[in-house]
Design a protein around this ligand. Structure first.
Ligand code: UD1
Length: 419
């Protein structure tokens, strides 16, 4: 099991070019399964989750190769309809492939995505939507069997009880090749959904309204190949900015999606960090001690404050002057990083969905274990701001979402090595 050894206390400075978005490329890889023709996905982040998605595609009979920072996917040999249990276990977002497999094959078999590090993550909305589009769904021995009589889904009007990102994506993936029109009400508005739709439109799909609460998809017989540049990763951006805010220093993020990061930037700015944006660049300088955030930080669906940035911002606020309060409204169990931060000297109290972060003058190194992807990144940020050395294990979580994490941090002057 690999670990990061991180010695804190150095200011971070320099420029970095943001990786492509993990949450964008995963549904886009699923979408590449549909129709005919090769998809060339540029700005593809090289992440373990992307390699898991590639293994799913390979198992279905697609060709998926990587070269020069691009993933090339050719679905012409695709004939399978099953996602193996071990790949469902490896990456919960394998569920994303359900809509595309059903759309292409008219049937799909996969496993119940087990409990995960963020608490129970049910898939009831995904399944209810697929039923509305014509799927007959049964389960036995932990496997779920979806079949569409006649092999082709039909359009439907779907009202989501909550704007679930994954359910919205799965419906879009199933609807683009379905018979007729699908309307999704209360759809998620995350920028990654717009990126998926823009990719599908390039391939010939008819989709309107993405980025708003109602998405209308008109099913089509054929989708062609295309080239697409995956959008930048706004959560990786939030991570490197929070890290610099915590450790002190100044960085420039290049290839950043400034407008999409606004809900995060507007909160980070309140800590007293200097932030300037221009086109696709974000400059941040963190000098004096950070200020606590006065207003409660409530995680909400986009364009609210992103749940994925909650942990990394918390690491910075752990050393701010004063108390900040978080309210986690998306996941039930998303404060597991707080035990490790407290072990490093932070003063964080969790009361249900609320976390009270009383800023301390400094953190110290400790032996800690990454509990999940963003929690692990938060621990690394705290370690860079701390006095002394931290041994961070469980870093396979970090490798799921951050491309060349230690190289990026080292380039900024952070002392980190993988052992
Ligand atoms: C996606 C992101 C994840 C992000 C999350 C919220 C990817 C690969 N992952 O996850 O990084 O944190 O959006 O922005 O893009 N829910 C149900 N039933 C369902 C589906 C969801 O109850 O059928 C609940 C979940 O348990 C959770 C909430 O809805 O409490 C939001 O989940 P959802 O938006 O679906 O998140 P994911 O798509 O899993």
């Amino acid at each position: 099991m690999q670990k990061f050894i991180i010695t804190g206390g150095s200011r971070l400075s320099g420029e970095l070019t943001l990786q492509g978005s993990k949450n964008s490329i995963l549904p886009i890889m699923a979408a590449a399964l549909l129709g005919e023709g090769r998809s060339v996905l540029r700005n593809c982040p090289m992440l373990t989750d992307v390699f898991s998605a590639s293994r799913i595609l390979g198992g279905l009979g697609c060709r998926c190769t990587f070269s020069d920072g691009a993933a090339v996917i050719d679905p012409c040999g695709a004939s399978g309809s099953e996602i193996p249990e071990e790949l469902m276990r490896e990456m919960r977002s394998s569920i994303m492939f359900m809509g595309a497999i059903l759309g292409r094959m008219g049937e799909c078999t996969f496993s119940v995505p087990g409990g995960c590090e963020l608490g129970p993550r049910p898939i009831d909305m995904h399944l209810a939507a697929m039923r509305k589009m014509g799927a007959d769904i049964s389960d036995s021995g932990g496997r779920i069997y979806c079949r569409i009589a006649g092999g082709r889904a039909h359009g439907a009007k779907i009202n989501l009880p909550f704007p679930s990102v994954g359910a919205t994506e799965n419906i879009i993936l199933c609807a683009v090749c379905a018979d007729g029109e699908t309307i999704i009400n209360n759809a998620a508005r995350e920028p990654e959904i717009c990126d998926l739709c823009s990719f599908l439109r390039k391939r010939g799909a008819e989709i309107k309204g993405d980025g708003g609460g109602t998405i209308v998809i008109c099913g089509t017989e054929k989708l062609r190949g295309c080239e697409h540049i995956v959008m930048p990763d706004r959560i990786a951006g939030a991570t490197y900015l929070s890290m610099t805010a915590a450790a002190g220093g100044e960085i420039i993020l290049k290839n950043a999606c400034v407008a999409e990061m606004e809900p995060f930037l507007s909160v980070l700015e309140q800590t007293g960090c200097r932030i300037y944006t221009a086109e696709n660049r974000i400059y941040l300088r963190s000098g004096a001690r950070l200020r606590a955030i006065r207003e409660r930080i409530r995680t909400m669906p986009h364009p609210g404050f992103p749940t994925d940035a909650q942990a990394v911002l918390m690491a910075a606020l752990a050393v701010a002057d004063g108390a900040s309060v978080f309210e986690e409204n998306i996941f039930d169990c998303r404060y597991r990083h707080t035990d490790a931060l407290n072990k490093m000297g932070a003063d964080i109290e969790v009361l249900g969905k609320v976390a009270v972060v009383r800023g301390v003058a400094g953190l110290h190194g400790a032996d800690i274990n990454a509990t999940d992807l963003r929690g692990g990144a938060a621990m690394a940020a705290a370690a860079l701001a701390a006095e002394g050395t931290t041994c961070l294990s469980g870093i396979s979580h970090i490798d799921r979402g951050y491309e060349k994490f230690e190289e990026t941090v080292s380039c900024l002057g952070g002392k980190i090595r993988r052992v």
